[in-house]
Structure formats: structure tokens, C-alpha cells
Design a protein around this ligand. Structure first.
Ligand code: SF4
Length: 212
């Protein structure tokens, strides 16, 4: 953990470490101010740590794309406004010991807000997402993140039915190998490495298993 945190600092990101899920909200309250504009990517980790509830508390100007009754145009407007937010919250699909952060998206609204726009980005990451290398990160998405998320989101994909990416069965294990389903959630792949904007990316590492 110490090495990982040092490598994140070398990459101009700002790591924090907490023991438990319930330690995340008190820490986050020190990193954002009431009244600020905030937004978030869809994330089980944010729910499990109480961040989603905090953002919905009315204390922040929450750009909430999950509100009832939104049209596709409303959601698109929220995605565009998110680029101007003070803080964007998400988790990560994997984080390497070398201090790289790997994410794979279907819509790409999450990865685009992480890499550009919001003044700061806070990623909440359970220890189950720490991997040795980027190759392991790629494998983690094919074996765990994507199958669990397609199940959660009821996507009609091979991995939803079998629990692993189709590419692992047909010898195509490269990063972008996968299915041709309309429900595919692996469409845009990002790696955060050394950042030019110092401390814009903050990572809260939680010493518990969270999310996928
Ligand atoms: S490419 Fe398709 S089968 Fe493979 S993990 Fe992604 S959604 Fe599942």
C-alpha cells in the first residue's frame, strides 16, 4: 500500500487511505464544500460508501443523471454540464501497484469526465481492485468488472451469461478484444498515468472489498 501510494504521488495524483467504507464520507466532506457543483459516474462503490446519499442530501448542487423522469436529452445535458463541475466522483475498474488507473466504459461519460473537465476528481477504490500490472487490470475487467456490471445492468452480453468475456474463450485476450453485442459495455478504455494537473485526481483507497 505504501508503494502504491508513493507511485500515485509520483504520478501527480493525491492518494488517501482509510480502513473502512464508513470512513469515506467524513473524509470527502473535507475535500468538497457545501454548495459546490458535483456529479458522479454510476458506481456500486459510491453507493456502498454512502457517497451517493451524501451527494443527494441537498447540500450540494448535484448533477444527478439518475433522477426519475429524465429524458435522453436531459441526461445528455447533465453529461455536458458535468464537464464544468467542481468535483466528479467515480470508482475505478483497476489500479496498478505502479500507480496507474484503468477504466473501461460503455457510454464513455464517466471516463471522459475523469480525464477532462471537472476541477477535481475523487475516485473511491476498494483494495480488491489493486492489481500488479496493466495486463492484470485488463484481465480483471474481462473476468470480474464487466461480467458483474452486465449482470447488474441486465445487458444482453456473453459475459452476463457465462461470467467472463468471450475473448477469453477464443484466444483474443488483448485489451479491446470482446463481443459484438449491442449491449457491450467495453467500448472506451483509459489509463491514467503521470498527470499534468497536480492533485486534480484524488484516490481514496479503502481497506475493504467494494464494488466490482
Ligand atoms: S467485450 Fe462483451 S463479453 Fe467481453 S467483457 Fe465486455 S461486454 Fe462482456
Amino acid at each position: 500500500m505504501k508503494n502504491l501510494m508513493e507511485n500515485l504521488i509520483k504520478n501527480n495524483m493525491e492518494p488517501y487511505f482509510v480502513e473502512k467504507a464508513e470512513d469515506v464520507v467524513p473524509l470527502v466532506k473535507t475535500l468538497i464544500k457545501e454548495g459546490e457543483t458535483v456529479s458522479a459516474g454510476g458506481s456500486l462503490t459510491l453507493k456502498q460508501t454512502g457517497i451517493t446519499e451524501l451527494l443527494k442530501s441537498g447540500k450540494y448542487n448535484f448533477l444527478d443523471r439518475s433522477k426519475d423522469g429524465l429524458t435522453q436529452d436531459d441526461i445528455r445535458e447533465i453529461y455536458i454540464k458535468t464537464f464544468g463541475a467542481d468535483t466528479y466522483f467515480a470508482s475505478a475498474n483497476a489500479i496498478t501497484k505502479n500507480g496507474e488507473i484503468y477504466n473501461v466504459d460503455g457510454n464513455a461519460n464517466r471516463v471522459s469526465a475523469i480525464i477532462f473537465g471537472p476541477k477535481q476528481v475523487i475516485l473511491v477504490v476498494g483494495v480488491n481492485k489493486i492489481v500488479d500490472t496493466l495486463d492484470d487490470a485488463i484481465k480483471r475487467v474481462k473476468e470480474i468488472s464487466a461480467p458483474c456490471n452486465t449482470k447488474r445492468l441486465s445487458c444482453d452480453t456473453y459475459c452476463n451469461k457465462t461470467g467472463h468475456c468471450i475473448s477469453l474463450d477464443n484466444g483474443g485476450e488483448k485489451m479491446t478484444d470482446g463481443c459484438e453485442s449491442d449491449g457491450r459495455i467495453c467500448c472506451s478504455y483509459t489509463v491514467l498515468a503521470h498527470q499534468r494537473a497536480k492533485k486534480r485526481i484524488k484516490i481514496i483507497l479503502v481497506n475493504e472489498e467494494l464494488g466490482f
